[in-house]
Design a binder for this molecule. Structure first.
Ligand code: FEO
Length: 391
């Protein structure tokens, strides 16, 4: 595993996980990921910033060996989640004099998750600084990106901001920096959608803190670093902002073709009205693609048949995901089909009720759709167009 120089005395010493395909037993990782750990050598003290996922402990240890790090004074933990903190117990054992530097919310979480001894901690407050001799670390609390204890560490003299998950991307690459912006943009957007979107209001506030800093490099803990920081901060401003696009996302599934015929008709009707449509068949779908699409769509339409008395389970799953991710979507609707009755629409509306989005009444067809059903779908497309034109 390579050690990379970020700045003089500042090294990337993390691990690239080329083969990981699932995170949290939930999130697909089609391009792998990395766990970025950094070493900062000052004239008097040495600090490790974050560790790596415990499955990659050996890579971190080999990198420490390559740099001949015999003594470590501080281990800064920006975030307690185990993909960054999980190797902490092993690091503490290897460096018995090292202190953990973290904030008051993170400390008990590390104790809960990793059973770390109380006496190993140095607790820091927002904007507190720690001298390494000729280098200074400043700690900036940024709660809820994406846990309550998250913080950033700013290396003042070198203008490097270590942001942990904030500004990260799940992509395994040998490139240290995000030079290939067309490739990194979708990975960063997927990461935002899956991890950060529920906290976009916090992110808007935190972006103001980032703007106040003089930054050469943003160094997150997943994916490449940003030596053109405005690339990722501008993207975050866009994704976290309130504006939505003239787009409709249709998440759909069909059992015998009735709902599919309705979806096909609605897609055409929306295209006829100049609206961008992004349909996602829920069978075998990488839900990350759906998550990315709802970052900035103005309307989400769920389309599903009725199974027994409720919506198809895949549609319930998709609705639960949308509800959890809390997109800035302005309008929601539901279309589908049924054989003899049921409460599919009420069920999905209930799941999505937590979103601050207006529910546009959709349409349910009894059996295969007929002319009156197509007319209802045309009316739905008209209403969506009218709503979008008012945005
Ligand atoms: Fe990459 Fe929230 O851990």
């Amino acid at each position: 595993m390579a050690v990379r120089v970020v700045k003089p005395g500042v090294f990337w010493i993390g691990a690239i996980d080329w083969d990981r395909r699932l995170f949290d037993a939930l999130i697909p990782l089609p391009e792998g990921t990395s766990y970025n750990a950094y070493l900062v050598k000052g004239s008097e003290k040495t600090a490790l910033i974050d560790t790596v996922d415990p499955t990659k402990k050996d890579q971190l240890f080999r990198n420490l060996d390559r740099l001949k790090v015999d003594n470590l004074d501080y281990i800064v933990i920006n975030h307690a989640e185990q993909d960054h903190s999980g190797t902490l117990p092993d690091i503490l054992a290897r460096y018995p004099a090292a202190k953990i530097v973290t904030n008051a919310k993170c400390r008990p979480m590390l104790q809960d998750l990793l059973d770390v001894a109380e006496e190993r901690f140095v607790e820091v407050k927002d904007r507190e600084v720690l001298s390494l001799g000729d280098r200074t670390l400043e700690f900036i609390l940024v709660p809820w990106v994406h846990w309550p204890e998250t913080m950033m560490t700013y290396l003042k003299e070198e203008r490097v901001l270590f942001t942990c998950d904030f500004f990260g991307s799940h992509i395994a690459t040998g490139a240290l920096y995000a030079k290939d912006e067309p490739a990194i943009y979708p990975a960063a957007k997927r990461y935002f959608a899956e991890i950060m979107m529920p906290f976009r209001r916090n992110i808007k506030k935190h972006l103001e803190k980032v703007d106040e800093l003089d930054i050469d490099i943003i160094a997150p803990s997943h994916g490449p670093l940003h030596d053109s920081p405005e690339f990722i901060t501008d993207a975050y401003r866009d994704w976290a902002g309130d504006e939505t696009k003239n787009e409709v996302v249709i998440a759909h599934i069909s059992m015998h073709g009735s709902t599919q015929r309705m979806v096909d008709h609605l897609i055409d009707a929306l295209i006829d009205r100049g609206i961008t449509v992004k349909p996602f068949n829920l069978i075998g779908l990488d839900l990350g693609q759906l998550a990315m699409a709802i970052v900035d769509a103005s309307t989400i339409v769920l389309a599903a048949p009725t199974v027994l008395v409720g919506a198809h389970p895949n549609a319930i799953h998709a609705a639960s995901l949308v509800s959890a991710l809390r997109p800035k979507t302005k309008y929601l609707s539901f279309i589908g089909s049924y054989g003899w009755g049921g409460k599919a629409a009420e069920q999905l509306t209930g799941i999505l009720a937590s979103l601050k989005a207006e529910m546009i009444p959709g349409h349910l067809a009894k059996g295969y759709p007929k002319d009156k059903d197509f007319a209802a779908l045309d009316a739905l497309a008209d209403e969506i167009k009218a709503k979008h034109s008012g945005l």
